[in-house]
Ligand binder design. Structure first.
Ligand code: B12
Length: 294
């Protein structure tokens, strides 16, 4: 009869489906591995043959997944702290190394949707209360921009297409890190981000969108008093380039989640990875993409 054996290696348990064979010559049984089942925290009892599902095994698998959860949470906290410290120190190689480790261990959705915003929330609070100078905040933002740029160049799309998505902020908005995060997340989805960044006058953004006819436009707005400008930008895009879906998100939207969406304009209070995970381009009308002048 087969059974499951859990073997510990470097603090983590791994499962094997094994069977005992009687070895006459040796006068004792020998264990025979039928199948390697992977890390114990990832084994689901229901996937195993009925005859091996014991109460004791269920308990041990539950314990394994609980301690894996603790390990992940600790690793996440360590990475967040290391990233914050490296950014505040203005240390690019260390910040890049930590970001790459977070990318590997936690994935891009956690790095871009949780760690980086949390680190900057922390930095922003210290800056607001005066315990962090403007220079150090600027240093951290500058290094973060370079790190995100670096991580983005290493992203390989899952399913490449050539569809373009315009990324912009309303006039007067200087918080642009979210646009860079969106670049990486869109690249991963196989889309081509066109990040027009900050300080573009409204008219220029409008003619750009009209000319490129992207699959969508994403607007990020951080400063709450610019929420109105973001809405105007969205309405103008819809007027000048009808049919292009526009999404408005960012801290200003998150702090006003009741904002009603309008025809073709959606105010999204989610993080970028959460939004992009549920957003599928097939919902939006196909547009003419011009893969010219780059
Ligand atoms: C870095 C920073 C700056 C840098 C920006 C550098 C740059 N190139 O981006 C600089 C120095 C330019 C700056 C300037 C200012 N800043 Co500033 N800044 C910050 C800081 C520390 C981090 C912002 C950031 O990049 N966060 C990380 C990003 C990635 O997180 P996020 O924006 O939340 O994005 C997530 C979601 O919101 C969402 N999302 C974002 N965009 C979109 C879009 C879509 C479509 C969707 C679906 C989702 C989505 O997904 C993202 C995660 O995946 C914040 C503190 C904080 N709490 O964030 C203050 C903060 C935003 N700044 C603040 C202020 C006051 C200012 C200034 C007015 C300061 C001044 N007196 O000059 C100016 C304003 C300039 C302007 N008009 O824009 C205040 C805003 C307070 C308020 N509520 O009004 C904050 C909160 C600091 C504070 N605690 O007081 N700032």
């Amino acid at each position: 009869v087969p059974f499951v054996r859990l073997k510990r290696r470097r603090g983590r348990a791994y499962g094997y489906l094994v069977e005992n064979h009687w070895v006459a010559k040796a006068g004792q049984p020998r264990q025979h591995v039928l199948q390697y089942l992977g890390p114990a925290d990832q084994i689901r009892l229901g996937d195993l043959p009925k005859e091996v599902r014991t109460v004791a095994l269920a308990t041990r698998l539950r314990q394994a997944s609980e301690s894996a959860e603790v390990r992940r949470a600790t690793a996440r906290e360590d990475l967040r702290r290391e990233l914050r410290d490296a950014l505040l120190a203005g240390h690019f190689p260390r910040a890049r190394g930590t970001a790459l480790r977070a990318l590997r261990e936690l994935g891009i959705a956690v790095l871009y949707g949780e760690l980086i915003p949390e680190v900057f929330k922390d930095i922003g609070e210290r800056w607001a209360e005066g315990s962090l100078s403007i220079s150090r905040e600027h240093l951290a933002s500058g290094v973060a921009a370079r790190v995100v740029e670096y991580v983005n160049t290493r992203i390989r799309p899952i399913t490449p297409t050539s569809r373009e998505v315009v990324l912009c902020v309303p006039e007067g908005e200087n918080h642009t890190l979210a646009l860079q995060l969106a670049e990486g997340l869109l690249l991963q989805k196989g889309l081509t981000p066109l990040n027009v960044g900050a300080s573009a006058p409204l008219s220029s953004t409008l003619s750009f969108v009209r000319e490129r006819q992207p699959a969508a436009a994403l607007i990020s707005v951080t400063v709450p008093s610019l929420l109105g400008s973001a809405r105007t930008l969205a309405l103008q895009i819809r007027r000048r380039a009808p049919g292009i879906p526009v999404f408005v998100g960012g801290q200003a939207v998150r702090s006003n989640p009741a904002r009603a969406s309008e025809e073709g304009i959606e105010f999204v209070p989610d993080s970028l990875p959460t939004f992009l995970k549920r957003w599928s381009l097939s919902e939006s009308p196909r547009s003419r993409n011009r893969a010219t002048d780059s």
